[in-house]
Design a protein around this ligand. Sequence first.
Ligand code: APR
Length: 260
Amino acid sequence: IYKWYRSGLNRWHGPGSTPDFQDIIEDRCYNYTQRIRPDSRSRNCQEIKQAFMSAFISKDPCKATKEDYRRLIDLADPTVPCNKRVLWSKTKELAREYAKLRGLVTLEDTLLGFLADGLHWCGEPGSPDLNTWSCPDWEKDCRTNYRSVFWKVLSERFAESACGTVQVLLNGSLENAFDEMSIFGRVEAPNLKPMVTLQVWLVHDPGKPPRDSCSGSSITKLKSILSERNVRFICRDNLRTRLPILSNIRRLRKQPCGLF
Ligand code: APR
């Protein structure tokens, strides 16, 4: 019976829920609300954790909806400034460093983004536990899994409420720095408000030759999506603008005057 039960839990193709998921959410919530952003001290971490868990526990892990996360989002709506946002695609670590150095914010600097950053979670119908064996993969199992829907909902809100200049770091070491199937491509770029300016920084991996540029076809596609929406567009290749690559940032940090 145990073998049969285990093979059921093991049937998905993505990593299982992060061990100690609940404790991590709780610890991160206190850390964020008490230390990182004390202006959010009034948030109730117990309630937030409960709302997160009840969004997916005991439910079919392939049937996530926006609605499932409504209560959680209402409890922890972000308060970060609308004109200081940084988006990313295949450049998360660099984008976070870049934002920090410039006093800007990524989604992972908002309470919910911070809580879930890098974690995996899913439940099992009829069970009060998380499935730590496997969770549905976006491509191989289902797109409407709880993790993907979570990031989609958060990203949509983050992008549609942005104002002024929004920056995005794209990976020019890939053939298509702008990937229409990524969250940035599917959800964020098409939800920017008219009159926002999108500043694209095309960054390259230090060891690899640049494979895409501001004049390449993927960025041209992005430009056309934005112009239909009346979003202004600026693109810079990092070689020209000297946007430092990740390995340089740590070195540059030690110098009083960075390149930004
Ligand atoms: N931690 C773990 N996984 C994440 C995170 C995160 N902080 N944010 C997004 N994800 C998931 C999503 O499912 C996403 O599809 O990992 C994938 C990251 O894939 P990439 O292709 O590197 O980037 P992209 O799909 O464009 O998503 C990044 O979405 O979350 C927003 O504001 C964020 O601009 C960023 C964009």
